[in-house]
Write a protein of this length. Sequence first.
Lengths: 303, 212
Amino acid sequence: MDFGFKHILYALLTVFIVLNYGLILQGIVRKIGARVGRRYGIRWYQPYIDIIKNYAKRSTITHGVMFYIAPVFRLTGGIGLLLFMPVIFGSEIFSNFSFAGDLVLVLYFQFFGVLGMALGAAEGGHPYSAIGVSRGLSQVTAFELPLTLGVLAIAMQYQTLNITEIVAAQQGGFLSWTLFTNPFATIAIMFSFLGAMGRSPFDVVLAPQEIPIGPPTEFHSGLLGVLQLNRAIFPAAKLILFMNLLFGGATSWPELVVKTFLIYMWSVFVGTVFPRFRVDQSVRWFLVVPLTIAIIAIILIRF
Amino acid sequence: MKEDFKKRTVITPEGKPLEIDPVKDYFSDARPKVHKPANPVIEKFANWARANSLWVLGFGTGCGAIEMRPLMTPRFDAYRYGIQWRPTPRQASVFVISGYLSVKTLKRVVRTYEQMQNPKFVVGLGSCTINGGMYWDSYNTINRLDHYLPVDVYIAGCMPRPESLLHGFEELKKIIKEGRGEGANKYAEEFDWYKANQKKVIKDWDMPDYNW
């Protein structure tokens, strides 16, 4: 991969677009949630105001160095996930830093933010942070297993660890998407995706009513602002990842918006219908249903 | 002061004696600082954002808390005005003192208020926060809330209905947009007066003067 100054500008442009898309998506999805509950709901631009307000807070307190670094780690997880895969297939500007083994790196970035958050939450010293992080880590570990197996099945199917090549192999009509060529891996990954999005029934990590807000309990002002930026970028990046792996990627922004929105709706619909799992239930569920399907996918690929 | 909070010497696992002062270990005792508003243009924009993103701390101190629930449900739905619930004081910006405030709760309220970040706003809900209301001669409730915390808006009534709460929040928005919501700075400036008032009613004062 040749690297030039212009790639940095392209990367910043990608982050900017995806950030705005993530924020608007967040607002719209919360609005849909409210309409399901027969409420009028927030204004669609409320996430923007919340972020500005948090940055406009005048005072911050500290709990130590890790307390400052944790939000940065979290944001690095989101941006790293985004920047090492092609956002728009075939576009020079939005192919980002995709390289031969980016699939492995991207899987690592999925986990990276949670680990950083664990360190920061421990430094914050709040017991609710510790409970939230322990729940978060166990749940992430549980859904990483079927996710990784499903991704490996896809890598074996296409004989590559490069996301750009995986997308290229799916071009030419929707019947060549992984969704149809490898349905078992798709089902396993889409079940893990429910856990990755952290919406109900797997929102026990944040558990807004039960343990106040989970890992970010102690984070405030600008630190919370950084976490909110990540909360916009990270889901959008994950949506783009799953779109690339399973649904043939996107060759233009409108296609990307339609596909990622529909993928997001999968977790939103499940979330509005099913109530929250306890963490032991969700871990057990991930290790039974999606894991079995993922193992079937792997076995089928071998034959 | 409670036994647990007294200074004492403990023996470490290595067998060395160690002096500990739990009050100092658990809390900070630094005085609050006055944070001056920034450049007027930036401040105007920031105030607009603050007014349109009111994060209310989910802490019902009295019976008035029952009126805050319908606010968030379909009938009144305060979310459409940018009012949201926040369960942790670190992230909240509005503290609604809902109804009568007993001395025991006041202690928790003071600690929670001090944990919130500047700028922060206090809404007194119900007549009890204005003059004690029907509890004015009670032995264990306070009568005037603004002796203990700087209050931005009072909502009179016993109980005020959710409509008047919404109206109160709109008033609070006006105050913030005009740049008059400087309660946190007022608290820092008049710190000694507020502390003296708080200590007058809270008899078991087992915390440092300022605890964020």
